[in-house]
Design a protein around this ligand. Structure first.
Ligand SMILES: O=c1[nH]cnc2c1ncn2[C@@H]1O[C@H](CO)[C@@H](O)[C@H]1O
Ligand SMILES: [Zn+2]
Length: 331
């Protein structure tokens, strides 16, 4: 099968984990940022998380280098444009990208400048390529909570003009949802859709909480509903889609090998699943690779692929008009 040619949808991809290595070098030189090497191979290997990562925390250490050149409007705009360009060239037709505005303030950018730069880069790519997209604003669970509502307020000006949803990301502790209830409620009041990273690091209860306490409409990863019947049943009952990211899940030790990934069991059990990249550079992957890996490992047919594609369309935060266009590609 020609995986590259298939129309694809990626609903879970981090901007800062998906920067071209050459762009890190270019921007570091332009911005006078010191980086460990000028050699593209060395920069690439510093950015890609190794298979020997012990856990999510070690995986997350790979984001420091790209973030060092994502502190100016030009840097963010360029990286956003290039990510949508890369995705369009492999036939991703709809792309939801997320990032944490709190991580881009090291040189004093305002949340408005940060968010508008990302949106501008996306819109520049949308004008040239056959791709549509939206941004999701991620709050880092480990960071100070004092400015979360400022991120929500700044992003609200872009709602349905490039920004659609709110997310919680970063290291995952058991029971994390409780302390975020007021922030997520504030985001919902402002009109954000909700997706939450949960059940990536061993805690199925976090998925149950993300859906029942935070109103998550989708869950990032969600792997550990396997082994938590209550979470499994709730996700099915509420038609919450899981944004699975197979390569990332192996690097972070959420699963040991692809053949043990529960994605096919979920699919056969009627859980809504989608296939996504998480981090193109850190996980050294593309949508073409993720689709190929899942289809080959689990012997999925073209019909299975388009069933999953349709779930991605329905569970996306795209407008009805865009959804109609995307569904036509599955006919
Ligand atoms: O798989 C993941 N699980 C949890 N957090 C993640 C994952 N990938 C990236 N980030 C975190 O999200 C931030 C904003 O994009 C990244 O800087 C990284 O810390
Ligand atoms: Zn993620």
């Amino acid at each position: 099968m020609n995986y590259q040619a298939l129309p694809k949808i990626d609903l879970h991809c981090h901007l800062d984990g998906s920067v071209r290595p050459q762009t890190i070098i270019d921007l570091a030189n332009q911005q006078n940022v010191t980086i460990p090497s000028q050699d593209i191979n060395e920069i690439s290997s510093l950015m890609i998380a190794p298979e020997t990562c012990q856990n999510l925390e070690e995986y997350l250490m790979r984001f420091e280098l790209p973030l060092s050149v994502m502190q100016t409007e030009e840097g963010i705009e360029r990286i956003s444009f290039e990510l949508f360009e890369d995705a369009a060239k492999e036939n991703v037709k709809y792309f939801e990208v997320r990032f944490g505005p709190q991580l881009h303030q090291l040189q004093g950018l305002s949340f408005d400048q940060i968010i508008s730069s990302a949106v501008k880069g996306m819109q520049r790519a949308e004008a040239i390529y056959d791709i549509k997209g939206n941004y999701i604003l991620s709050i880092l669970r480990t960071m100070d909570k004092g400015n979360i509502n400022d991120v929500i307020d700044a992003g609200a000006a872009y709602l349905n003009k490039g920004v659609v949803a709110f997310d919680l990301a970063g290291a995952e502790l058991p029971g994390f949802c409780h302390e975020f209830i007021p922030y997520v409620n504030y985001a919902i009041e402002k009109g954000y859709r909700i997706t939450i990273h949960a059940g990536e690091q061993g805690v199925g209860q976090n998925v149950f909480d993300a859906v029942s306490l935070l109103g998550a409409e989708r869950v990032g990863h969600g792997i550990h509903i396997k082994g938590h019947q209550g979470a499994y049943d709730l996700v099915k009952e509420k038609s919450v889609a899981l944004e699975t990211c197979p390569s990332s899940n192996i690097q972070t030790k959420a699963v040991d090998v692809l053949s043990n990934h529960p994605i096919k069991a979920f699919y056969q059990g009627g859980v809504l699943i989608t296939i996504n990249t998480d981090n193109r550079t850190v996980s050294n992957t593309t949508m073409t690779d993720e689709v190929r890996k899942v289809m080959e490992e689990f012997n999925l047919s073209r019909e299975d692929y388009f069933a999953i594609y349709r779930v991605s369309v329905e569970q996306s935060f795209a407008s009805d008009e865009v959804k109609q266009e995307l569904l036509k590609l599955a006919e």
